[in-house]
Design a protein around this ligand. Structure first.
Ligand code: ZN
Length: 211
């Protein structure tokens, strides 16, 4: 019963439709998902992943990219795009190319880039079809940001909260475990219908449980 409400992301999935105008390009083997919002005259992306699966998207058709946090598996392909935004801390980590914070290690090569600018708590981006509101969600990292699409009530959580109430790692150099409780309360107070995390399945609100 419960399982039927989860949208499973299968290894062989390429682009999959989540709801009208919103698609997922699933991440595999530790790579993050890329969410694609079809704004009519172009796309808005949430995270880019690090693998070249994103090559199917023409960068000229991408209006904005929003990054949930600065981990390499979420930002690795952002260099392809011209309008890339993230939180102030995320911007700083990427600018300084802090390898420990970005979780870069031997064998992982991603191209350097500088985000275009920052979005902050409470900012709203209104586009043709979407209304995106940004929330700082410190816990997994201190630069994490959730994006709430208000019209469809979709919440993009990066690595802060996953389906089945699983929480992201909070033992990293820039994790803020003390903020986790507050951040989860904040997330649960938002009227989202679908939770769209950076990895794994998507979940509908009615079965959400925090473990
Ligand atoms: Zn992460």
């Amino acid at each position: 019963m419960t399982k039927k409400l989860l949208i499973k992301i299968l290894e062989e999935d390429n682009v999959k439709k989540i709801t009208k105008d919103v698609y997922i390009l699933p991440g595999r083997k530790g790579d993050s998902h890329v969410y694609i919002l079809d704004d009519g005259d172009g796309y808005i992306l949430i995270d880019t992943g690090y693998s070249d699966k994103i090559k199917i998207i023409d960068p000229r058709k991408v209006k904005f990219v929003f990054l949930t946090h600065s981990h390499y598996d979420h930002i690795g392909q952002a260099w392809r795009f011209t309008d890339v935004y993230c939180s102030y801390r995320c911007f700083r980590y990427i600018r300084d190319w802090d390898e420990e914070i970005l979780l870069l290690r031997k064998g992982i090569n991603i191209k350097k880039f500088l985000p275009t600018g920052v979005v902050k708590e409470g900012d709203v981006v209104e586009s043709n079809r979407f209304r995106l509101r940004f929330f700082e969600t410190p816990s997994h990292t201190d630069d994490s940001m959730a994006v709430f699409e208000e019209k469809r009530r979709l919440l993009f959580t990066g690595d802060v909260l996953f389906a089945r109430g699983l929480i992201g790692r909070i033992d990293l150099k820039n994790s803020v475990p003390d903020e986790l409780d507050k951040t989860l309360r904040r997330i649960l107070s938002l009227p989202w219908k679908y939770l769209l995390p950076g990895h794994g399945p998507i979940e509908r609100r009615e079965i959400m449980r925090i473990k």
